[in-house]
Design a protein around this ligand. Structure first.
Ligand code: DX5
Ligand code: ZN
Length: 214
C-alpha cells in the first residue's frame, strides 16, 4: 500500500505539536527545509527537526532544498531525521556522492530529489544505493501549487529505472498531490505521496489522508 507523508509546510508552526498529532494516521512526516538560495523561500532547519523528534515517533522524511547539502547531513541525522533527500541540482556529482556517503555513515536512509527540469536519467549513477527517489511535481519552494501533469512521464521513467536496478527503492512524489492527482501518480508508479495543502487544508486531515490512499 502507498505511504502518505503530510508536509508540515502547510501546518500552523505555532501549533506544530497539535498539527503533527492531527496527521498521526499517516505513515511518514515530511519536513521541507529551504535555505532561500536553492529555492526562493526560507522555512525551518535543525532546531525545528530536533524539537519535532522529541515530540513524535513518526518517521521523519526530511526534504533538503538547500545549496551544497553535504555540509549539513551529519547534523540533520543527529537532529533526528530518518531519511534525507538531497537535490541533484544542489551541487556537483562528486559532492552529491559525498552527501550520500555521509548519510550512510550517519545511519539515515538515503534519497535524491529531482526538480521538474531534471531528467530521470540523472538518478542512474546513484540508483543502486538509494532508499528513495523524490520526483517533484511542482517547482520546489512553495506549498499549494498546481500539479504538473507533464511530470507523470518522469515518474514512469524513474519507476522503470527502479524496477530494473533497485526494486526495493521507494518512489516519492511531492507537489500538488490531492485526491484527484493521487491516483495518477500511484498509477505511474509512486509508492510515497507527499501532501501539504490537501491534508492541512482539509476540515478533517485524517479523512484527507485516507482519501489519498485510494
Ligand atoms: C514544495 C515542498 C512540498 C510542499 C507540497 O517545495 O517540497 O513538500 O509542502 O505542498 P502541496 O502538497 O501543497 O503542493
Ligand atoms: Zn517537500
Amino acid at each position: 500500500m502507498v505511504k502518505i507523508a503530510p508536509s508540515i509546510l502547510s501546518a500552523d508552526f505555532c501549533n506544530l505539536e497539535r498539527d503533527i498529532r492531527r496527521v498521526s494516521a499517516a505513515d511518514w512526516l515530511h519536513v521541507d527545509v529551504m535555505d532561500g538560495m536553492f529555492v526562493p523561500n526560507l522555512t525551518v532547519g535543525l532546531p525545528v527537526v530536533r524539537s519535532i523528534r522529541a515530540h513524535t515517533g513518526m518517521f521523519l522524511d526530511v526534504h533538503l532544498m538547500i545549496h551544497k547539502p553535504a555540509r549539513y547531513i551529519e547534523q540533520f541525522a543527529k537532529a533526528g531525521a530518518d531519511l534525507l533527500s538531497v537535490h541533484l541540482e544542489a551541487d556537483h556529482p562528486a559532492q552529491i556522492a559525498g552527501a550520500l556517503r555521509a548519510m550512510e555513515d550517519s545511519g539515515v536512509k538515503k534519497a535524491v530529489a529531482l526538480r521538474p527540469i531534471t531528467s530521470s536519467k540523472a538518478v542512474l549513477p546513484y540508483i543502486e544505493q538509494l532508499d528513495m527517489v523524490l520526483v517533484m511535481t511542482v517547482e520546489p519552494g512553495f506549498g499549494g501549487q498546481k500539479f504538473m501533469e507533464s511530470q507523470l512521464d518522469t515518474i514512469r521513467e524513474v519507476r522503470a529505472i527502479i524496477d530494473r536496478y533497485n526494486p526495493a527503492c521507494e518512489l516519492e512524489v511531492d507537489g500538488g498531490v490531492n485526491a484527484r492527482t493521487a491516483p495518477l501518480v500511484i498509477e505511474a508508479g509512486a509508492t510515497v505521496l507527499v501532501a501539504g495543502s490537501a491534508v492541512y487544508g482539509a476540515e478533517d486531515p485524517a479523512k484527507a489522508i485516507e482519501a489519498l490512499r485510494r
